[in-house]
Design a protein around this ligand. Structure first.
Ligand SMILES: O=P(O)(O)OC[C@@H](O)[C@@H](O)c1c[nH]c2ccccc12
Length: 261
């Protein structure tokens, strides 16, 4: 079984348990459930840097990335640094995140917030909304066409935008049938963890103009971002480059200054 399959298997068990602990009806009654959401795609279209900065403690590929920063401090500092949006990992078992991380981020910043998790059940969309998310990630590698369509519709009904993640042509093709807000090309193969900007280069011309293009993972060089921008990418999802430092907010601020200069 590859890592993605393991994650999905674990996620299914987690969701079954959660549904018993907090029924959907209860999620719908939460304080944040009806708040007006922010548009990440809109923010990216108007942004000079396009940086979406991630809060990530650990990952299956790197184990520990950052165990010293708090979500509250990082969210505040990312906003001050001028990022366009923030991504918060809410998976606990493999990434050391939690739903509370998203709630704390929501309480700390007005940035558009992406709930970064492995979405495989409608329950998680209601949960994302209740936690204060503005955007959800859909990973084409673990969903079929029908799921992609169904989940995109549900996200939109809940006023959430969708960032649809692909890392090859077949995944992109099965995703294009739906009315998605943003396509994220993941430069990291989630099965082998190999990172290559080739994926972003290859898929750029295949993404229709109306969809905001985001390049994800393995981005640490301003030069690479400038190259991707020329190919039409408007968003750049960056985790480790910021999180694997003593002060992620400061690192993001320096990075954005160089990008915009
Ligand atoms: O830390 P990086 O290499 O900058 O990558 C960030 C982000 O793209 C990565 O965390 C990610 C992209 N897609 C995912 C799906 C699930 C978990 C994590 C991810």
């Amino acid at each position: 079984m590859d890592i993605l399959q393991k994650i999905v298997q674990h996620k299914k068990r987690e969701i079954t348990l959660k549904k018993k602990l907090i029924p959907v009806q209860q999620l719908k009654g939460g304080d944040l459930f009806a708040r007006p959401t922010h548009s990440l795609s809109g923010a990216l279209k108007n942004s000079k840097s396009g940086v979406i900065a991630e809060f990530k403690r650990r990952s299956p590929s790197k184990s520990v990335i950052n165990h010293h920063s708090t979500v509250e401090n990082v969210a505040t500092a990312y906003e001050k640094a001028g990022v366009c949006g923030m991504s918060v990992l809410t998976d606990s078992h493999f990434f050391g995140g939690s739903p509370e991380d998203l709630q704390i981020a929501r309480a700390s910043t007005n940035l558009p917030l992406l709930r970064k998790d492995f979405m495989i059940d409608e329950y998680q969309f209601y949960e994302a909304r209740a936690l204060g998310a503005d955007v959800v990630l859909l990973i084409a590698a673990i969903l079929d066409k029908e799921d992609i369509r169904k989940f995109t519709d549900l996200a939109h009904q809940l006023d959430l935008e969708v960032l649809l993640e692909v890392h090859n042509r077949a995944e992109l093709e099965k995703s294009l049938l739906t009315d998605i807000d943003m396509i994220g090309v993941n430069n990291r193969n989630l099965k082998t963890f190999e990172v290559s900007l080739e994926t972003s280069r290859e898929l750029a011309p295949l993404i229709p103009d109306g969809i905001v293009k985001v390049s994800e993972s393995g981005l640490s060089k301003v030069r690479a971002i400038n190259e991707l921008r020329e190919m039409g990418y408007r968003g750049f999802l960056i985790g480790e480059t910021f999180m694997a430092t003593r002060d992620p907010g400061h690192q993001a601020a320096e990075f954005i200054k160089t990008l915009e200069s």
